[in-house]
Design a binder for this molecule. Sequence first.
Ligand SMILES: Cc1cc2nc3c(=O)[nH]c(=O)nc-3n(C[C@H](O)[C@H](O)[C@H](O)COP(=O)(O)OP(=O)(O)OC[C@H]3O[C@@H](n4cnc5c(N)ncnc54)[C@H](O)[C@@H]3O)c2cc1C
Length: 387
Amino acid sequence: MTGHYDLVVIGAGIHGAGVAQAAAAAGNSVLVLEQTGIASATSCRSSKLIHGGLRYLESGQFNLVRESLRERAILLRVAPHLVRLVPFHIPIYRDTRRRPWKIRAGLSLYAVLDNLRDSAWFSTLPRSQWNELDGLATENLQAVFRYQDAQTDDAALTQAVMRSAQSLGAELIMPGEFLGAQRSAHGYAVRYGTAQGEQECIATTLVNAAGPWVNSVLARITPRLPPAEIELVQGAHIVLDGPLHRGVYYTEAEDGRAVFVMPWRSMTLVGTTETRFSGDPAQVRPLATEVDYLLRTFRRHFPQRDVQLRDQFAGLRVLPKGEGAAFGRPRETLFHTDTPELPYLVSIYGGKLTGYRATAEKVVTLLASTLSARTRRGDTRTLPLGP
Ligand SMILES: Cc1cc2nc3c(=O)[nH]c(=O)nc-3n(C[C@H](O)[C@H](O)[C@H](O)COP(=O)(O)OP(=O)(O)OC[C@H]3O[C@@H](n4cnc5c(N)ncnc54)[C@H](O)[C@@H]3O)c2cc1C
């Protein structure tokens, strides 16, 4: 017998898991198809920050920052074992491009956008405490700002969201490779590959949450829709031996980009980079030039620390096509639908781990006019996400 679902979601990264949870919470029947593993792609290769994105203030993305800070507050509440506040430090040296007045203005605005919650405090660290900062270079250091943001385990968070979706009735087929879909009067006839061979089901609506594969999934759906013009931009991280005890450091690389130095599983995580990528998303790997750039940035800020490279990984951002450096490009999530007034298909482009819940709720709202009204089973703002 062919199954019939209100929603079939393609991809079990954070967005697919989030949409499955939000749609199941709204009472819909949901099937998730994942070709490899939960959080096996971008959602295990992020900087693992649940943050408002202080640097997005520089490019005027205030709505994104406000929404991200709101989502951070929700996640701190519903997932306290997975998302926790950590002190962040911004060292300002004589040659740092972002001057103290700019950082102070940015942190003040950040606090206002966070509704001046307890988590919004910031301060400058007295000079007497500079030597306690994990070996941070103090030569030519002029000021150190301290504020709070949050860290998570991105893969564990995604798995927790998927477990929540499943507890609300969502089904997951894995490995389940989406092969194609054909629009009919009542939605889409969906074909997918499993270990048992090719299967079919009917989906009233389809959500394409395939991350960097978004356009190759879209190309398998008929009638064909023109894809959004995007660019894949890879970001590399390195993992170094040795812990950090005082929190995260928000450093400035030689080209002015922000590079985070973060505690991670008793080691040190350093990232990230922005390098245009073309090719098969499954093959993304850090380049030697990216590893050198991150090592140089780390050594400049922590000259006395031993540097033993333990691991390295890279993930792909999906950004709207544009001129110039990716650093200043908008990071808002974009939705692409088949028929805007009554959508049966939504493709998710871009987005942040931090904002996955808000993104998922927007997708479910977009599809609400197409789907039949169901009895709600939960609210993603309050559903706990277990460890
Ligand atoms: C370097 C880097 C650092 C980042 N740091 C942060 C950060 O610190 N904080 C933050 O908030 N955000 C961060 N982000 C953004 C965040 O990581 C991403 O927005 C998010 O992980 C994207 O999730 P996704 O579900 O859209 O895609 P993915 O996690 O890539 O998931 C897509 C899934 O679709 C599956 N799939 C693809 N094709 C098919 C098919 N045909 N059939 C079945 N399944 C299929 C794939 O196997 C994959 O599991 C970062 C991103 C990058 C690249």
